[in-house]
Design a binder for this molecule. Sequence first.
Ligand code: GLA
Length: 390
Amino acid sequence: MDTQQLVRTFNTLFQPEHDVRTFFAPGRINLIGEHTDYNGGYVFPASISFGTYAVAAPRDDRKVRLYSINFEDLGIITVDLDDLSYNKADNWANYPKGMIQAFIDEGFAIEHGFDILFYGNIPNGAGLSSSASIELVTGVVLASLYHLEIDRIRMVQLGQQVENKYIGVNSGIMDQFAIGMGKKDHAILLDCHTLDYQYAPVELGDYVIAIINTNKRRELADSKYNERRSECDSALRDLQTQLPIESLGEMSIAMFEEYKGLIKDDIHVKRAKHAVYENQRTKDALARLKEGDLVRFGALLNQSHLSLQHDYQVTGIELDTLAEASWAQPGVLGARMTGAGFGGCAIALVEKDKLPTFKENVTRIYTDKIGYAPTFYEATIGDGAKELNE
Ligand code: GLA
C-alpha cells in the first residue's frame, strides 16, 4: 500500500476539513547488545525500512478518531482529549492514546483533536518493535500538527514511559531510541546509562542482513521479560553490598569474574554474566565493524546467541533452530536472535550470492523440526521517524 492510497482511504473515512499530512516511523533490528539496555549497557540497533505509516489531519473539536488498516474489524476508535486513560477495549489505540497523554503531561498544548489513520507493514508479532514504531509515529504527528518544539531524545523517552507506565511493560530504551534516532545505512551504538550515542556506517560489501521470522506466537513474552529484569536487579543488589556500582553495565569482565561470588543465586549469576559479557561484545562489535572485519563481527553475533541461549535463556527451540541452521550454511558469517527473544526474529549475515540456497536450506531444516516455515525479509536500514511530505 503506498501513501497515496493511504491518503485516499483516510479521506474517505474521515472527510477532513484541514490539511492532511503523512508520516512514517520504522521498526528496528538489534545487531548486538541484547538485554543490556535496562542493565545500563550498550546496544547496537538500526531502524529498518519496514514500519508504521500515519496519515493525520487536525479537527476543530476535542475528539481524536483513530483507525488502523491492520485492525479493520475494530473500526474507528473515538476518544476525547479530556479522557485518554488506558482502556482495554481500545486495544492497539492505547499506544497512540498513551503518547498523546504523555505529551499533555509534559506540558505541551494540545487543545484540539485530530483524525489519524495507521498502517503498519512490520510483520505482526515479529519482535521488530511495532509498538515503539506506533508510539514514535504518533510523536512526530503531534510535533507537526501542533508545531511543538520537542527534543527528539525527549520524544524517545516519552515513548518508553508510555510502554512502562501506561501499557505496563518494563522495557528499556533501545526500541524507541533506534526508531526515533535512526539514520539511513547506519546502526547506533548507544550507551543506555548516559544516552551518549554514535552512528556507525553499516557497510557490508557482498553481504546482507537477512531477517528471519520464527512465526512463533510470542506468548508469555512480557512476563518472562519482566522476570529477567528482576533477576538482573537482584544480582545487582548482591554486588552492591561490596561494590559502588549503579548498573551491571559498569562492570568489566575482569571485575565480574572477581566479584561474581557475591551473587547468591546461581541462576542470577548466569543472567548477570550474560549482561556483562554481552556489553563487552557490543563494544567489540562496533570496533570490528569500523575495521570492516565482518568475519569477527559475525563471530560476536554467534557468541551473543549462545549466551542468550544458555545463560540468559530467552531463545527457545525456534530461535535456536534458526541460528543453528544458519550457522551451518555456506556464506554465513554470523546469526543470532534479535530483540526480546521467546520467538520473534533472528538475523543472519549472509553472502548475497548464497541467499537463495540459504533460504531454501534454512526453511527445510526449520520446517522439519518445528512443523511450519519461517519467513525471510531483507533488512535495509532506513531513517528514523519523520514526516513524509515535508
Ligand atoms: C525488547 C525491549 C528492549 C530490549 C530488548 C532486549 O525489545 O523493548 O528494551 O530490552 O527487548 O534487548
